[in-house]
Design a protein around this ligand. Structure first.
Ligand code: KG4
Length: 337
């Protein structure tokens, strides 16, 4: 069974081919060079770049997998959430391919892809359901109970900025390159994480998150230092900011696992590539006797292998879209609501 995965929800065009559950090829065409000029993703430019990239990337993927489109048994494409213009490019392309080639199509919720991305690692035994997943990406931060390949329950989500968005905005404030997460995390390694005591939003008795207060506190600190014409201790600000984010993410994940009595915690999304976050969760889970799963770094950020995997599982349980041309993209996810 060959599944073609297509992902275009934000600024990465990605194509993957799976043979059953195994990745044959997983390619990505990024747009960081373009968006870094603006300090964030410009939706119109992102859509145009997807248009340029998608066809050559598909040809390359088929070539590397040593097959043709006629060998593909299933197409799984991201249907939402994300930037509508970006989603439309990948999903319309998938619809057209499916229609013309008479291949079954499955529309995949991008968040389900991230929540299941821990299954792509064949080096470790797969997680056992149910597990708690902390989704931390550029557009979303949420906690989910993953009961099966198609049963997800959202336990809490961000009320304002996503964790990745906060990393990107702090990086922009400090004049660092886009995307800010990897750069902030790199600088943080040389900084003192207790030099600034930035606020943690616990939102008592709730599994929701809030990062806008933290972002504002960093902005105020930066402005104060600039007004006093003092040099910016960039590494210390990065380390102290990162520590505040990690404190909240890790404690809330543990709190949710305890509340829902699950012994396995997984993470997914771009921020799950953050090594300090991975280390903290590994240590906390070890102390509690929980299992901890993190995707391999290349499958933390947006990729099409996770979309192909989630689509394949959806197809096996629920079948394909019955009216391919009638399907549309969605900008917000209702997964597990
Ligand atoms: O999952 P993703 O590729 O895109 C979305 O679906 O949103 O996540 C991208 C986000 C960006 O905000 C980026 O700054 C952040 O993930 N990110 C990181 C790291 N690598 C990527 N944040 C913190 N530390 C990292 N190492």
């Amino acid at each position: 069974m060959l599944t073609l995965g297509i992902e275009s929800s934000c600024d990465d065009t990605a194509i993957a081919i799976l043979e059953d559950d195994n990745i044959v090829v997983s390619l990505r065409s990024g747009q960081d060079d373009i968006h870094t000029l603006f300090g964030g993703v410009v939706p119109e430019l992102a859509s145009r770049e997807h248009l340029n990239a998608i066809q050559p990337l598909l040809h390359l993927a088929l070539q590397q997998a040593e097959c043709t489109i006629h060998n593909i048994d299933l197409i799984a494409a991201t249907q939402g959430p994300g930037l509508v213009g970006s989603l439309l490019v990948g999903f319309s392309y998938a619809k057209a391919l499916a229609y013309v080639q008479s291949i079954p199509l499955v529309g995949v919720d991008h968040i389900a892809g991230h929540l299941l991305s821990v299954f792509l690692d064949k080096e470790v035994p797969p997680p056992v359901f149910p597990y708690l997943s902390l989704l931390v990406s550029g557009g979303n931060t949420a906690l989910y109970l993953v009961n099966s390949f198609s049963d997800f329950k959202c336990l809490g989500r961000t009320r304002d900025d996503a964790a990745g968005e906060a990393f990107d905005k702090v990086a922009k404030l400090l004049g660092l390159a886009y995307p800010g997460g990897p750069e902030v995390s790199r600088r943080a390694q040389q900084g003192k994480k207790d030099l600034f005591s930035f606020p943690r939003s616990w939102l008592d008795n709730s599994l929701d998150f809030s990062f806008s207060g933290l972002k504002t506190a960093v902005r105020n600190q930066v402005n104060q230092l600039k007004q006093k014409e003092q040099p910016l201790p960039v590494a210390d600000i990065c380390a102290s900011f990162q520590e505040a984010v990690i404190d909240v993410l890790s404690k809330k994940a543990l709190q949710a696992a305890e509340k829902y009595k699950v012994g396995t915690i997984a993470i997914g999304g771009g921020v799950s590539a953050n090594s300090a976050l991975r280390t903290r969760l590994t240590e906390m889970c070890l102390q509690k006797g929980y299992h901890f799963y993190a995707p391999q770094p290349q499958f933390c950020t947006d990729n099409a292998a996770m979309i192909a995997f989630a689509g394949l599982r959806h197809y096996q349980h629920h079948g394909a879209c019955s009216n391919v041309l009638g399907e549309d993209v969605f900008s917000r996810s209702a997964l597990g609501q």
